[in-house]
Design a protein around this ligand. Structure first.
Ligand code: NAD
Length: 435
């Protein structure tokens, strides 16, 4: 049993802490957000993540997991400190280090014994060393600090499943003792444990996200060529993916990537290159294509509806992907305001992300938890997130509730067969559907 403090109880911190508690360690998840900690102490989840609440509940009941705003006490009672605070995008596009630096100072002030300090947040190359120095320079007592980079690869929506069966755990450190401790934490969780330097571990995270984002933008550029030439991007992706060197994953054409990681990590990687005197034109193109996809879906809706002035668009799906209520950098955040600028009224549907969406989109849309309510009286349905109930909806019923001719713009190329026989004028990405 190890004593662990997780500093920053967001998506990553909460999942990481819960999994370590679940595997028999004593974990305190702490945060400066008192409301979040109160909520967790009262047994409520601040995020929607399938399977999470059950293991939180069991681990709390069995006294392996607790929540606190007292960072100093949590740091002092632990041997391993996991930093999982946010690293949002700064105005210049770099990862903002404000929260990381603040945590480093808190650790320095609280230090009362040797600590292993693990950075789980996604941070620019060099941060691990810099944070180690910062703590050593300001530490209240001369205890040893071993720095580790252990980046997170979980996917929102399947975070618990991912964390319980990691493809790989990357552990970057120059400390033998710290490596053994952190590797043993992952023994039952990760298929492969890989040891690197701190810098390489930090870079693996950025390079992985940048590569996945590149696959998405690549297939979206291919989709645009398909639309112009009459090829079908779904067939192209399938044909490409059958080559094991390419693989099927992340080759789905659509409105592009969003969420709290890919948009900021691609920009941060470009900035890492720039601050080291290099250019990264490929990454620039990946970002540009992604931004273009958001604009082009609005054009598609506008063209299909013969102009949007006075029309109503039912937007199906607000969260950046299914099975999460995360609205950070979701395509809907650009697309809904753009639809409004074209004169459309927006009725928005999402099964769980409405409270989060309302906070950022406010009165730009009306909000519905029923697909059929959202479709009532609409001229267009625009699918932005492939939620299960959108894939399983009764498209004949939806069609009957709408104004006619009814347009269905499928921003994720995810429609079930039934949708094609319901009477809609269907538009997709990279495929020219003909009835
Ligand atoms: P988040 O915003 O959900 O959570 C961050 C938490 O840190 C917040 O609750 C905030 O209140 C807290 N915090 C801020 N300053 C603090 C301080 N000084 N002391 C204690 N707590 C503090 O962020 P997240 O999505 O969990 O991401 C965390 C990091 O993990 C980021 O670097 C992100 O890039 C990376 N990451 C995220 C994901 C993901 O899917 N969300 C996946 C892999 C990596």
């Amino acid at each position: 049993m190890k004593r662990i403090a997780v500093i920053g109880t967001g998506y990553v911190g909460l999942v990481t802490g819960t999994i370590f508690a679940h595997t028999g360690n004593r974990v305190v998840c702490c945060d400066v957000d008192a409301r979040k900690i109160d909520q967790l102490q009262a047994g409520h989840m601040p995020i929607f993540e399938p399977g999470l609440s059950d293991i939180v509940e069991t681990s709390v009941r069995e006294e392996r997991l607790s929540f606190s705003t007292d960072l100093t006490a949590a740091i002092q009672e632990a041997d391993i400190l996991y930093i999982a605070v946010g690293t949002p995008m700064s105005a210049k596009g770099d990862a903002d280090m404000t929260y990381i630096n603040r945590v480093a100072m808190t650790i320095a002030e609280a230090i009362n014994s040797p600590k292993i300090v693990v950075i789980k947040s996604t941070v620019p190359v060099g941060t691990g060393h810099r944070v180690g120095q910062l703590i050593r320079e300001h530490r209240a007592a001369p205890h040893e600090v071993a720095m580790v980079s252990n980046p997170e690869f979980l996917r929102e929506g399947t975070a618990v499943k991912d964390a319980l069966a990691m493809e790989r755990a990357v552990i970057g450190t120059s400390s033998e003792v710290a490596y053994k401790e952190i590797a043993s934490l992952h023994e039952t969780l990760a298929k492969t444990i890989m040891r690197t330097s701190i810098e390489s571990a930090e870079m693996i995270k950025y390079a992985s996200n940048a590569f996945l984002a590149t696959k998405i933008s690549f297939i979206n550029d291919i989709a645009s060529i398909c639309e112009a030439t009459g090829a079908d991007v779904s067939d192209i992706a399938r044909g490409m993916g059958l080559d094991p060197r390419i693989g099927h994953q992340f080759l789905k054409a659509g409105v592009g990537f969003g969420g709290s990681c890919f948009p900021k990590d691609t920009k941060a990687l470009m900035r890492i290159a720039e601050t080291n005197g290099m250019r990264f034109p490929l990454m620039n193109a990946v970002i540009e294509t992604n931004e273009r996809m958001r604009r082009s879906i609005v054009d598609k809706v506008n063209n299909a509806a013969n102009g949007l002035q006075g029309k109503t668009v039912a937007v199906f799906g607000l969260a950046f992907k299914p099975d999460t209520n995360d609205m950070r950098d979701a395509p809907a955040l650009d697309i809904i305001p753009a639809l409004r600028e074209h004169g459309a009224t927006v009725k928005a549907y999402d099964p769980i992300a409405i409270p989060e969406a309302r906070e950022v989109l406010g009165s730009r849309a009306s909000y519905h938890t029923s697909l059929y309510e959202a479709a009532k009286g609409a001229d267009v349905i625009l699918v932005l997130t492939e939620w299960k109930d959108i894939l399983q909806a009764d498209y004949h019923r939806l069609y009957a509730l709408m104004n006619h001719p009814a347009v269905l713009v499928d921003g994720r190329n995810c429609l079930p067969d039934m949708a094609y026989s319901a009477g809609f004028d269907i538009r997709q990405v990279g495929r020219n559907y003909e009835p």
